[in-house]
Design a protein around this ligand. Structure first.
Ligand code: KG4
Ligand code: ZN
Length: 334
C-alpha cells in the first residue's frame, strides 16, 4: 500500500495553520502563525482583524509547511479544512484557500469539524481504543463527547452558558491580566491558595452538563465587594480559588462519565487541556482507573492544523468528500 498524505488548513479563530499528516497518524509538519500579539491590545480576538491576518498569512504558512516537509501540493492525496464552528470571516479564508488548492490540483476536498479536530489531535500520539470519552475544553466549547467508533460523536454533556476557556478569559480580564487569560490565571493559581470558597455548578443529579457563568459572576462580585471595602485580595488566591472550582467540576464529571460508560480511554482536548491544575486533578482521579487518561502535548492542545489533518484523514478514508459548494459554517454541529 502506498503512503497517504493529507494537507490541512485551520483558520477558525486567531491562528493561521497548515499541517501535513501521513497515513492518518504520523505528523510530518505543523505550522501555526499566531495572531495573539495583534489582538492583545483589544483584550480579545477582533473578528475583522483576524480575517485580514488570515488573508496575509495563508500563502506564507502554506509555503512554510510544504518547505518544511520538502513536499509539493502534487504529493497530497487530499486537502482537509475546518469548515466550522468558528468566526465566519476567519473560516472563509481557510475554506476558500482549500477549495482553490483542491480545484487547481484536482484533489479531493474534505470538510472537518473543529472539535473533531481537537479530539483527533490525540491520535497523533496514541491509537484510539473505543469506546472513548473526550472532554473538550476550549475558548468556545465545553463538552463531553462519547465515541463508539471512528467519525461518530455523541455529546453526553455540554455547557449551558459560558465555555470553560471563556470563563478563564473573562475572569482574567477582571483581574486586568493580558489576553489570553487562561495561561495567566493558571500561572497565578500555582502560586496562590484556595482561600475563597467559590460555588461549583453541579446542576441536576446525574447531569453531565456544565455551567460557568455563575462562577464568573461570583468572582466578579467578590472582587467588587473587596474593592468597596478596601480589602486586599491576593490575585494569586483569587486565581487559585477560581481554578479550583472549574477543575473540581470538570474532573469530577469527566471521571463519573468515564465510569458510567466504561470507556477504555479518556481524552482531554482543546486549549484548556493545557491547564496545569486540570491535568493534575485528572491524573489523580484516573490513577487507579481502568480508563486510560490521554492528554496531548501543549502544541497539540491549542488550535493547530495537525488535528484537522488527523480528523480529515479518517473522514477521507471513510469516503467523505466535500463539493465545490463547501462553505464556512460558524454554527456547524458535531
Ligand atoms: O482550543 P483553543 O486554542 O481555541 C478555541 O478553539 O477556543 O482554546 C483557547 C482557550 C482560551 O480561552 C485560553 O484562555 C484557554 O484556551 N487556555 C487555557 C490555558 N491555555 C489556554 N485555559 C486555562 N489554562 C491554560 N493553561
Ligand atoms: Zn479550538
Amino acid at each position: 500500500k502506498e503512503d497517504q498524505y493529507i494537507l490541512a488548513i485551520e483558520t477558525s479563530c486567531d491562528e493561521t495553520a497548515v499541517a501535513i499528516v501521513k497515513n492518518e497518524t504520523e505528523l510530518i509538519t505543523n505550522i501555526v502563525a499566531s495572531q495573539i500579539e495583534s489582538h492583545k491590545r483589544f483584550g480579545g480576538v477582533v473578528p475583522e482583524i483576524a480575517s485580514r491576518h488570515h488573508i496575509e498569512q495563508m500563502t506564507i504558512t502554506l509555503e512554510e509547511a510544504l518547505d518544511d516537509a520538502g513536499m509539493t501540493l502534487d504529493d497530497m492525496d487530499a486537502i482537509a479544512v475546518t469548515e466550522g464552528p468558528g468566526l465566519v470571516g476567519a473560516l472563509l479564508v481557510g475554506v476558500n484557500a482549500a477549495k482553490s488548492i483542491a480545484f487547481a490540483k484536482q484533489k479531493p476536498l474534505v470538510g472537518v469539524h473543529h472539535i473533531a479536530g481537537h479530539i483527533y489531535a490525540n491520535r497523533l500520539e496514541k491509537e484510539f481504543e473505543f469506546p472513548l470519552l473526550s472532554l473538550v475544553v476550549s475558548g468556545g466549547h465545553t463538552e463531553l463527547v462519547l465515541m463508539r467508533e471512528h467519525g461518530s460523536f455523541e455529546i453526553i454533556g455540554e455547557t449551558r452558558d459560558d465555555a470553560a476557556g471563556e470563563a478563564y478569559d473573562k475572569v482574567a480580564r477582571t483581574l486586568k491580566l493580558p489576553y489570553p487569560g487562561g495561561p495567566q490565571i493558571d500561572r497565578l493559581a500555582q502560586e496562590g491558595e484556595e482561600t475563597i470558597d467559590f460555588p461549583r455548578a453541579w446542576l441536576e443529579d446525574g447531569s453531565y452538563d456544565f455551567s460557568f457563568s455563575g462562577l464568573k459572576s461570583a468572582v466578579i462580585n467578590r472582587l467588587h465587594k473587596a474593592n468597596q471595602r478596601d480589602e486586599y485580595l491576593k490575585p494569586e488566591d483569587v486565581a487559585a480559588s477560581f481554578q479550583a472550582s472549574v477543575v473540581d467540576v470538570l474532573s469530577t464529571k469527566a471521571f463519573r462519565a468515564a465510569e458510567e460508560y466504561g470507556v477504555k480511554q479518556m481524552i482531554v482536548a482543546g486549549g484548556v487541556a493545557a491547564n496545569k491544575g486540570l491535568r493534575a486533578a485528572l491524573q489523580k482521579k484516573f490513577k487507579d482507573s481502568k480508563t486510560e487518561l490521554l492528554i496531548p502535548p501543549l502544541h497539540l492542545c491549542t488550535d493547530n492544523a495537525a488535528m484537522i489533518a488527523a480528523a480529515g484523514a479518517v473522514a477521507y478514508n471513510q469516503g467523505h468528500r466535500a463539493g465545490w459548494d463547501l462553505n464556512a459554517n460558524p454554527g456547524l454541529d458535531l
